[in-house]
Design a protein around this ligand. Sequence first.
Ligand code: SF4
Length: 63
Amino acid sequence: MKVVVDPDVCLGCGVCESIAPDIFIIRDELFAHIIMDPVPETMRDIVDEAIAECPEQAITLLD
Ligand code: SF4
C-alpha cells in the first residue's frame, strides 16, 4: 500500500503521528511526511484509523 498526505490541506496537527508514528512524522511543524513506503498490508487498520481521525481528510491510501 502507498499512503500519501496532501501538504496543501494538512495542518501539521500531529494526530496521524500519534496514531502511527512508524508511518507519519511532522518534521517541520507544517505538514506530515510519510516515512514508510510501501506500507505493509498488515498495517491497514492503523492507516484507516489515521485517515478517520485526520481533521482535514488529508490522508489518502493507495492500494
Ligand atoms: S492528522 Fe491530518 S492534518 Fe493532522 S498532521 Fe496528520 S495528515 Fe496533517
